[in-house]
Design a protein around this ligand. Sequence first.
Ligand SMILES: *Cc1c(COP(=O)(O)O)cnc(C)c1O
Length: 450
Amino acid sequence: MTELSGGTALPQERRVVTAIPGPRSRELMTRKQAAVAAGVGTVMPVFAARAGGGVLEDVDGNSFIDLGSGIAVTSVGNSAEAVVRRAAAQLELFTHTCVMVTPYEGYVEVCEELAKLTPGDHAKRSALFNSGAEAVENAVKIARSYTGRQAVVVFDHGYHGRTNLTMALTAKNMPYKQGFGPFAPEVYRVPVAYPFRWPTGPEHCAEEAAAQAIDQISKQVGARNVAAIVIEPLLGEGGFIEPARGFLPRIAEFARDNGIVFVADEIQSGFCRTGRWFACEDEGIVPDLITTAKGIAGGLPLAAVTGRAEIMDAVHSGGLGGTYGGNPVACAAALGAIETMRELDLNAKARRIEEVMKPRLEKMAQRHGVIGEVRGRGAMIAVELVRPGTKEPDPEATAAVARHCHQAGVLVLTTGTYGNVVRFLPPLVIGEDLLNEGLDVVEEALANLG
Ligand SMILES: *Cc1c(COP(=O)(O)O)cnc(C)c1O
């Protein structure tokens, strides 16, 4: 396994040699508190020293099994060989020109790859940015420019970022929006097909949720005022919600019938994460625009909007851009990450991770009533925790499970509108032994809840 990842010398093992956090991390945490804004929170108070493959080593010599990938970013592993090789070569040549001043081949090559990898064989164009939120903002700008309309429709439990427009698009108040208003206008939120929490049960969820969403759009907004419908094909921060099958195609069809730009936000679910290049492929959806970031460049900041040529090209020259968007080093890293995804067939790896994780988590669900549901696809898997016998969210148990895992040397993340979802986003190159060991610790954590 080590030869698949950078940090190649890094032993692929869980190792806890100090209290968590250790003394060196505690020292650094004191400096952090004195120098870094309090609003920049931290999930696990240990400082990273090195990372690679399926592990992250801290400054005290503890080695954590990484089931988070820095929030679905280091899918190819940290410091992956091809990412380091290509980014380092680019660093030697030039670090920046600004593509709006002097373009370079790497930018074009990433856009060519995006055209090949995203669903649909129509003519496509891409524009590159620095962060996911920036990509989503630009998708909205493009859709508005193309349609001459203003309204944007988003969904319950949706997450699209933390900038002003994307805060408006994001559903959850705490911690993303509290105190940061006023938010951008012309944003409308409609129901999503969340099977586990659909009032009449999962069977009719897709149909009923789509009907409600379409009714609200038609009656409250007016379909002809809508520039874009923006949705995550597998909702990330909302709690790894898989919209009931049939919901997405129905919404995409409604968009098509009404001249609305259908935008798939695949920033978390894209680039092999769910066992396909993009999660929307599972239902044969061909989005008009697709936003990508996170997994795209092995950890370097890069994001993209990719879509139909006639929509993308509707914007006047100079209307899209930014000083750093599509930085040459980030582009080289992306080409290295994509090379790695192809060569190691990381889609197959993601599907294998699902095969290992889901049966084990489902077995845990039978033993522990606190698990209300196991869901997700590929290496984007979650458990939603509830008070046993009910669907009442249990954020305390969720925090306790995460804490136990952290103390035992396993990095897990929590998520969800109700803060009651433990999510697993391992690097796709993680070794199977390590993955199983991580799950052993999760099981221990559940047993420990009493
Ligand atoms: C993370 C995320 C974003 C925002 O990306 P940033 O790079 O943090 O700005 C947008 N949409 C989805 C679905 C995300 O998961």
